[in-house]
Design a protein around this ligand. Structure first.
Ligand SMILES: [Zn+2]
Length: 538
């Protein structure tokens, strides 16, 4: 009898429910390196599938694990625990790719081995400042690439999924973990389309989408813990300037692209007109991520083509809103340039400002659809930004009518903002989580409306009108063919969002670390409490 019970317990042994087991799993996830755009990233989903199949449930229900192939031949993993008493469903999502390890310098060999890395840090303590030294010696943190951002979240979700299966929770849970979050979000953009279709087919009722990105510091040495009710958005409005070439000896025979783009740039960077406020939060100001003329070699011809693009953060605005303001600023600046040039030129140059959408329309009208189609389809650039630049350049080079033209457009990527601060369920969950954190662990928690690290939550619960969406689509060269955002699937994946992750520090840095107690006890405990209160014992 006793033997039988022990045997039973042996076979029923849960894998990831103690703090020690969770830490072991996390170290294992880190050991399987998965830097974006490497072999490791390609292999990781197969390792996750094997990991999931350690659970009897997935041995028996192999089809409940789906690999979703992305356009760039990576795979997202969706694993579903199906309760047969309800259609109510929660998605728990994470990304498994990480940034690279160049920042580790002489420690790079240990970047994925948390134990070895901690030892190595401890024996080279003088390489760190006092603040880091004390965290290294505290034994409260685990170090390693991806350990915070965000294999911590994936580990906690695996633990939660195992618990749901074991206790047969009356709620469906889809664990989704995607590649490429750190670069183009190809993983999430593909997964959204498949998931929304699947949810529709199965008639599932989506109640919540929960991300597990770690709590990021808001300022240096910030020791606060945060829960997020949304995720900041970003969009990249861009300009392409086409002046007119001339010999340096006859400057007034042409128009310098650098003159125009530098003045446009001065008006856009740090422009507070783009700033948005929500309660006590505000978006960081826009900055240029790129500004170059297209001349490659030295000679005495003036550069006549240049382009630039800008990072603009979003709270409630859509891409279309930003584009309207962006165009106004560019138009005003170009008019000012023309006025000022009138003082040196014989007459003020007439400089046209045109959107990409209008440019392509007028070129098609003039040269025929087929010619334009052929020109565009011959472009071989694979980088989204260079591709867009080449499309515009080739269109402008078609005929002389395009001298003195400034084209405005969008570059990829676009992360729409998302926020559920006003949602009743999110308000309740947030309040409850904050209370539990304090009561059980004496940890103070602050609610933040917009996760400031940019996340894949951007690709769910899309709320803007089709007209807004079309303005983005029509002004992004290569939209659909080279870069796609599944706006209608994002609209269908409609549910309030929240982000609850573990406490960590210095994501994307050599000292990336996760707080051991937070990731192995506190957050798993609170997640479990949340599921019980809102979905199980309700
Ligand atoms: Zn992340």
């Amino acid at each position: 009898m006793l033997l039988n019970m022990n045997l039973r317990r042996f076979f029923m042994r849960l894998l990831w429910q103690t703090p020690e087991d969770r830490i072991a799993l996390l170290k294992d996830l880190v050991k399987h390196d998965s830097i974006t755009n490497t072999e490791g990233e390609v292999n990781f989903p197969f390792y996750i599938k094997q990991t999931l199949k350690q659970l009897d449930y997935f041995k028996q229900h192999d089809s409940h694990i789906k690999l979703i192939e992305t356009n760039d031949h990576k795979n997202a993993v969706a694993a579903m625990y199906r309760s047969h008493v309800t259609d109510d469903t929660v998605i728990i999502m994470s990304h498994y790719d990480t940034v690279d390890t160049n920042d580790y310098g002489s420690f790079e060999a240990y970047a994925f081995d948390s134990d070895a890395l901690a030892k190595s840090f401890a024996s080279n303590l003088n390489e760190f400042n006092e603040y880091h030294q004390s965290d290294i010696l505290s034994n409260q943190y685990l170090f390693g690439r991806g350990i915070m951002d965000m294999k911590s979240g994936l580990m906690m979700h695996l633990s939660l999924l195992e618990k749901a299966i074991h206790e047969e929770w009356p709620i469906n849970i889809i664990l989704l973990t995607v590649p490429d979050e750190e670069v183009n979000s190809s993983g999430m953009r593909c997964a959204v389309s498949e998931l929304s279709e699947f949810i529709e087919q199965e008639n599932l009722k989506l109640l919540l989408i929960m991300n597990g990105e770690p709590a990021f510091s808001q300022y240096p040495h910030d020791d606060n813990y945060y829960i997020y009710n949304g995720s900041i958005g970003k969009v990249m409005p861009s300009v392409f300037v086409y002046g007119k070439e001339t010999h340096v000896g006859e400057p007034l025979n042409g128009l310098s692209a650098n003159y125009l783009i530098s003045r446009i740039n001065s008006e856009l960077e740090y422009n507070t007109q783009f700033l948005e406020r929500y309660k006590n939060e505000e978006t960081p100001l826009p900055v240029s991520l790129y500004m170059k003329d297209l001349k490659e070699d030295y000679n005495v011809q003036t550069p006549f083509m240049a382009s630039s693009y800008y990072n603009v953060f979003l709270f409630e605005q859509s891409a279309a809103h930003v584009f309207k303001l962006f165009n106004q600023i560019v138009e005003r600046t170009v008019a000012e340039c023309s006025r000022d040039l009138g003082l040196v030129f014989e007459t003020s140059p007439k400089i046209k400002v045109i959107t990409f959408e209008a440019l392509i329309k007028s070129m098609k009208k003039k040269h025929g659809h087929e010619t334009i189609h052929n020109i565009i389809s011959n472009i071989e650039q694979t980088d989204n930004r260079l591709y867009a630049q080449t499309v515009i350049k080739d269109l402008l080079l078609l005929d002389n009518s395009n001298d003195y033209t400034v084209v405005t457009y969008f570059n990829a990527p676009y992360y729409p903002s998302v926020n559920s601060s006003q949602d009743k369920l999110i308000k309740l969950i947030t309040k409850y989580a904050i209370k539990q954190m304090k009561k059980q662990f004496n940890r103070d928690t602050t609610k933040i409306h917009y996760f400031n690290g940019i996340s894949d939550l951007s690709y769910v619960n899309y709320t803007h009108d089709d007209s807004d969406t079309n303005i983005f689509a029509d002004n992004t060269p290569g939209f659909k063919t080279h870069y796609d955002i599944p706006f209608s699937a994002m609209k269908k994946l409609k549910a309030p969002v929240i982000n609850i992750g573990a406490f960590g520090k210095d994501a994307h840095q050599l000292t990336e670390r996760i707080h051991i107690k937070s990731v192995s006890e506190e957050v798993p405990f609170v997640l479990n409490k949340i599921f019980h209160k809102f979905f199980i014992d309700k």
